[in-house]
Design a protein. Sequence first.
Length: 133
Amino acid sequence: MKQNQRGFTLIELVMVIVILGVLAAVALPRFVDLSSDAKTAAIQGAAGALSSSAAINYAAFQVNSTNANVVRLSAAAAGATLAAKMASWDTKFSISTDLACATNSAGSTGLVTLSYSGGAAANTATATIICTG
């Protein structure tokens, strides 16, 4: 009496697993590019830190404008300070601004654009600067 066999043999299953493992090891790194995500997160983090520090500085200015800890902040000065720090990171980081705060412009806002030109596409982020005059 002949028995019907069902299913796959152990050798067939092992061969499929090996083939899938080789394909995953070769193809997966081509689809996953974590370096561009890291660069985007770094530039967005720097922009967020700059916006946050400008908001804290403006809040301190509003509480007491003669406070010695308040920095008379202009977007150009903030961008230059950040650019000096970024030069040690990577020469592909750059900063541009659309505002230089005047002495009577407390409360006005300006934008500082941070960008990273490395990789296939440039990553940019924008920080909002609140002038303290």
